[in-house]
Ligand binder design. Structure first.
Ligand SMILES: Cc1cc2nc3c(=O)[nH]c(=O)nc-3n(C[C@H](O)[C@H](O)[C@H](O)COP(=O)(O)OP(=O)(O)OC[C@H]3O[C@@H](n4cnc5c(N)ncnc54)[C@H](O)[C@@H]3O)c2cc1C
Length: 300
């Protein structure tokens, strides 16, 4: 099927894009990589009066280390992120998650801003933003605002971005040196959206202690879920095998997954437990040697 008729604009600056959004008063769509939007247009599930193509705005594509943060322009391609030395060094969890996004042609076009604005609960980037306590920078006619993952994601494919706003940047705090990390997911076929995914980061301490833990899950609710109750178990009890099992069981209690054609709620809940344990064990195994759990308390 072909899309319904639309006007096409290719602004060269953010200001021009914002002026066009204001002109169409909510009846225009921003086009980033097109990997989610174009199928929606082709199926006529979306019928905007105009497309505002962001691909000519070179100023929206960058990866910059800035103090304690990495700043990624909204139009930075997933493939650029996958191979960015800054991301590999400072945000290895994001680098690993990127390899799980679709297939190579999708990552070549798809952008980080498009993925976050699309807000698919099974997508990897929303879970990474949640796990790493990142923020997005949003610009609109009322100025600029910063939103945490919790403030951005509202529901299934729904964000709190207004129709006249543009997501311009993603800001992620640099991961601490020596942090262990892993992104685990289950999908039917390689490259499919995950049924459930789990992002984990751990910071070790002396004698098997855990200085800090982060766990967030994808595909286990309408929005990505940060599992603070599971993190607290590790921060209190350390990184032993038993503590990881307890944290994973707690993770499964904390989510409220949906049933759909892909999986039942019970299956998803079980996946949260299994994948959280798997992600935590692998994260612990990648901790810097000097900080890894002491012999005898080593996690399995
Ligand atoms: C076969 C297939 C498999 C896929 N598998 C995965 C997967 O495993 N994991 C995964 O995460 N994704 C997957 N995707 C989706 C892919 O990652 C998309 O790139 C992503 O969801 C959307 O990014 P995009 O840049 O293509 O955005 P687009 O499709 O261009 O836009 C998506 C939505 O975001 C809005 N938007 C875009 N940019 C902005 C902005 N800067 N500010 C405000 N709104 C904006 C658009 O208006 C639109 O509503 C898959 C896609 C396909 C076709």
């Amino acid at each position: 099927m072909k899309p319904a008729r639309f006007a096409y604009h290719a602004p060269a600056s953010v200001e021009e894009a914002l002026a066009l959004l204001a002109r169409y008063g909510g009846d225009a769509k921003l086009l980033a990589g097109g990997q989610s939007l174009v199928p929606l247009l082709n199926f006529r599930l979306s019928r905007p009066a105009a497309l505002i193509d962001l691909n000519q705005i070179a100023a929206l594509a960058y990866v910059r280390e800035d103090g304690g943060h990495v700043r990624l322009g909204a139009m930075t391609r997933q493939r650029t992120i996958e191979f960015s030395p800054v991301v590999r060094r400072r945000l290895p969890l994001l680098a690993e998650a990127t390899t799980l996004v679709g297939h190579l042609p999708i990552r070549t076009r798809g952008t980080i801003g498009g993925s976050l604005a699309h807000a698919d609960p099974s997508a990897e980037y929303p879970a990474v933003l949640t796990a790493l306590d990142g923020q997005v920078v949003v610009r609109g006619p009322r100025g600029e605002r910063m939103l945490t993952a919790r403030e951005l994601f509202q529901g299934y494919l729904t964000t709190t971005l207004a129709a006249d706003e543009l997501l311009v940047e993603v800001r992620l705090p640099v991961m601490p040196d020596g942090a262990g990390f892993a992104f685990e997911e289950q999908s039917r076929r390689h490259g499919d959206f995950a049924i459930v995914g789990s992002a984990a980061m751990v910071l070790g301490g002396r004698g098997g202690r855990c200085a800090a833990a982060r766990v967030a899950t994808a595909g286990a609710g309408a929005v990505p879920v940060r599992l603070r109750g599971a993190e607290e178990i590790l921060e209190r009890d350390g990184l032993s095998h038993a503590a990881v099992d307890a944290a994973a069981s707690r993770a499964a209690e904390l989510v409220d997954p949906p049933s759909d054609i892909h999986a039942s709620a019970a299956y998803r809940r079980n996946l949260v437990r299994v994948l959280t344990a798997r992600a935590l064990r692998r994260a612990i195994s990648t901790l810097s040697h000097s900080l890894s759990p002491a012999a005898g308390e080593r996690a399995g």
